[in-house]
Design a protein around this ligand. Structure first.
Ligand SMILES: [Zn+2]
Length: 175
């Protein structure tokens, strides 16, 4: 059983949507700049009731390919193999969960992620967690405070296949 939670739809109430657009603009600008420089092509829209993001597919030979997938604000950068098939849908759901964090954290999103990664690496040196990279092991922004935690991506294909389809639907990732 995957430990996921179903995201609520994003509000489309105009004043709220405008405030969110302004709040998330600084990190989104960074994300789109990195995405455009890394991919040299326009992104694809990822849209569902619970998200509105942009997907940059990393080209062959990109230095960023070894990160697999990353969400910089609402810009998701990913290599195509990493986001294909059933497992890939859950990878995208995880990245889109980060975009929900960004809705709340706005300009503090990147600094907080960096801080949590540093703390996780330091604690992991003393108490390593099997099966998790140092930046994920003790990182609440990866393992607790999001709808699809990183832990889900360590599940078997069979377990992912039987994951709650409502989560994928809310992120616009249903088959
Ligand atoms: Zn993550």
């Amino acid at each position: 059983m995957l430990q996921v939670s179903i995201p609520m739809p994003r509000s489309s109430f105009p004043p709220l949507a405008l405030a969110r657009w302004v709040w998330t603009l600084p990190t989104n600008l960074i994300g789109h700049l990195v995405g455009l420089l890394a991919c040299r092509r326009l992104p694809r829209r990822l849209k569902g009731p619970a998200c509105n993001a942009w997907l940059y597919v990393l080209p062959q030979g990109s230095r960023l390919r070894r990160v697999g997938a990353v969400a910089i604000g609402h810009a998701v950068l990913a290599e195509s193999a990493f986001i294909s098939g059933s497992r890939g849908r859950w990878v995208l759901a995880h990245e889109l969960s980060h975009t929900r964090q960004h809705d709340w954290l706005g300009p503090t999103y990147l600094p907080l992620h960096v801080l949590c990664q540093i703390v996780s690496v330091v604690v992991n040196r003393a108490w390593p967690v099997t099966g998790f990279s140092p930046v994920h092991a003790y990182n609440p922004l990866e393992r607790t405070l999001l709808h699809v935690p990183f832990d889900v991506l360590r599940e078997s294909d069979q377990s992912l296949d039987s994951g709650d389809p409502r989560v994928l639907k809310m992120f616009g990732l249903e088959r």
